[in-house]
Every structure is written in C-alpha cells, then in structure tokens.
Ligand binder design. Structure first.
Ligand SMILES: [Zn+2]
Ligand SMILES: [Zn+2]
Length: 167
C-alpha cells in the first residue's frame, strides 16, 4: 500500500498483534485499519522496537487542512480531532474506519489519553475527599448560582421590554 501523504511504499508491521502500515522511508506516518488504533492508544499498550521508533519521532506542524485519500478505499478521509478537547487532528476514513496519523501523532494521542484519565481521576479523588455535609453544601451553592443566573436573565429581559415598550 502506498502512503496517502507522500506516496512512498509503506511497510506492514505488527505491533503486539496489531498490523499497521508504516511509512518508514517516507513521511513516517502510520495507518491503522478499522479502529485498531484503539488497541494502541494507551501508554501501557504495545511494545517492541518499531513502536519505540514510532513513538520517538517528533510531531510536525498539524495545520494541514487538505484532505487525503484513504490508502485502502481511495475516497477522501475526514479530518477531525482525535478526542473532544485535544489539539490532535487525525484523518479518518468513514468507509473502512481506517485512521491515518502523521509523524509523531501516535505519541501525542497516547499522552492525551493519559492526561484525560488523570484528569478524571483527579476530579474523582477531589469529590470523594469532600465529606457528605460538604457535598450537600456544594450542591446548594450550585443551585443558588443557577437561581441567581435565572433571576439575572429575567431582570435583563424586563429591562429590555421597558426600553421597547414606552410606558
Ligand atoms: Zn509517507
Ligand atoms: Zn478507507
């Protein structure tokens, strides 16, 4: 299979049972079949010298906007963020669910995953460390803030009416 980015011939490599196409001699991007990225997107997943090589590569400028063709189906792939609040743009074929990662993006994806998990964990620890009475007070505070916001909105609406309806 040829690389969708630089057209070099990609080599097929296997990382802990997951087959990927790797543009080793060209742009060093990697292509995953059918969501197989899920099996290698966490920091503890996979091992071996090829994976180490891929993870050691530096990420490049990610501002490319043009869409690439899926190396398998030859239709244009969609370009979107990997996770909800990440800054990593991946190329995703909606037909075969192949995923293309530019050089250095696999490491970025794995780092992202770790930080997301850590964030959730931190929040959970935070909540569980608050005694029940504290949680109740926090909830009341949130409700009060919401009520305040609603009241403010209403006030704003009436003063708007006062302005447009002459008394
Ligand atoms: Zn390439
Ligand atoms: Zn495809």
């Amino acid at each position: 299979m040829n690389c969708p980015s630089c057209n070099h011939h990609m080599i097929e490599v296997e990382i802990s049972g997951v087959k990927i196409d790797y543009c080793q001699d060209g742009c060093q991007g990697v292509y995953f079949d059918n969501f197989e990225l899920k099996q290698l997107d966490e920091t503890h997943e996979g091992s071996g010298s090829i994976l180490e090589e891929i993870l050691s590569q530096e990420r490049q400028d990610d501002s490319r906007m043009e869409k690439m063709e899926c190396p398998k189906c030859h239709i244009k792939m969609k370009r979107h963020k990997y996770a909800f609040d990440s800054d990593i743009y991946i190329d995703h074929c909606y037909s075969c669910n192949g995923i293309w990662l530019d050089k250095g993006e696999l490491a970025a994806v794995r780092d992202q995953f770790r930080s997301d998990k850590q964030r959730t964990q931190n929040v959970e620890t935070l909540i569980s460390s608050v005694p029940d009475i504290g949680q109740e007070m926090a909830r009341m505070e949130i409700e009060r803030d919401k009520a305040d916001a609603r009241a403010k909105k209403r006030r704003g609406f009436f003063s708007f009416l006062n302005k447009i309806i002459p008394s």
